[in-house]
Design a protein around this ligand. Structure first.
Ligand code: SF4
Ligand code: MG
Length: 323
């Protein structure tokens, strides 16, 4: 299966500025050398605690940030160093759904004008009637009343606002959507509705998803493959079933032990509680970045960065236990 998005050795560091002179005194290594390949048509779940760099990875992948190092390829094209003016196609083909449907929508714009804007920018549906038809069609498709084009965001509920966010991503008919915790700000009762909608849309429009989440329960039913990220690095990448049935990286094991079982027949997992604080990405530990909290830490872990290797078919793990 062909890859639509590849991140190779991708790094995104942010300068830390201090003092009245705002001198750069260090760098937050938000993403510090990750390799991810997302296949056409799949849903790839990118999971990790807050601060692990998953959102930065997603934003860098769609060139909202310029990468510090490494390469991003989208649909066969190297987009790593392109200037904004040369990203016109990308700005149509890759869309983002944001976490917070409250702050990501302009409160002074009606839904109709919010959805019309990207169409105008990209010169699509120039005829006003056709444009209106397109907007109403997309609204209907995401479960919004198509006659509500003149309403403002505050007139909608949280779940409906996220549907507006989804409509805005969908109206340009993208190939790929990066969804950054699209349901974590919503009531639990609404979450599965929105997840089901995203799932249906994927099949209908042949979409590829990079789905960012902070725990494994949200991506459980939704993703084909899952990548687990910790402090700017990938810990493990595997097919969903392999990752759930036999997690290999100690960090994945800990994350998974916190996911409640959804079926009584499912294997009971002993709860693994990680001790110690999440280190700062401005000053990450040497060797394996997980070594300060790993229950299996060995001497080598403090010295040498473990490389991703295929430990079982299609299951990639960065851990010295498997070398
Ligand atoms: Fe733990 Fe060492 Fe593996 Fe890192 S490399 S996860 S510290 S065992
Ligand atoms: Mg699907």
């Amino acid at each position: 299966q062909e890859n639509i998005l590849e991140m190779q050795e991708l790094k995104k560091h942010f300068p830390v500025k201090t003092g009245v002179l705002q001198r750069t005194t260090g760098h937050v290594k938000a993403v510090d050398g990750i390799d991810i390949a997302v296949k056409k048509g799949e849903s790839f779940g990118l999971v990790g605690e807050s601060g692990c760099g998953k959102s930065t990875a997603g934003r860098t992948a769609m060139r909202l940030y310029e990468p510090t190092e490494g390469q991003i390829t989208f649909d066969g094209e190297d987009i790593s160093r392109k200037k904004e003016k040369d990203l016109f196609n990308l700005r149509r083909e890759m869309q983002m759904i944001f976490q917070d449907p409250f702050s990501s929508l302009n409160p002074r714009k009606t839904v109709g004008s919010m959805l019309a804007e990207p169409l105008k920018v990209h010169g699509l549906y120039k005829n006003q009637n056709e444009r209106k038809e397109k907007i109403q069609e997309v609204m209907g498709r995401v479960g919004l009343n198509p006659s509500f084009t003149n309403r403002y965001p505050h007139e909608f509920s949280g779940g409906q606002r996220q549907r507006i966010g989804i409509a805005r991503a969908l109206v340009l008919e993208p190939k790929m959507i990066i969804a950054d915790e699209p349901v974590s700000a919503l009531d639990v009762s609404i979450q599965s509705q929105v997840l089901n909608l995203l799932d249906d849309l994927q099949d209908e429009f042949n979409l590829t998803y990079l789905f960012i989440a902070h725990d494994l329960s949200v991506v459980k039913h939704f993703s084909d493959r899952i990548g687990v990220m910790y402090l700017g690095h990938m810990a493990e990448i595997a097919d969903k079933t392999d990752l759930y049935d036999d997690p290999l990286h100690p960090y994945t094991q800990a994350l998974l032990s916190a996911v409640p079982r959804s079926h009584p027949r499912e294997r009971t997992r002993e709860r693994i509680t990680l001790t110690g604080e999440l280190p700062s990405p401005a000053n990450p530990p040497s060797g394996c970045v997980f070594h300060t909290r790993c229950p299996h830490v060995m001497d080598v872990c403090k010295e040498i960065v473990p490389q991703m290797r295929e430990v079982k078919p299609n299951q990639y793990v960065a851990c010295h236990l498997y070398e």
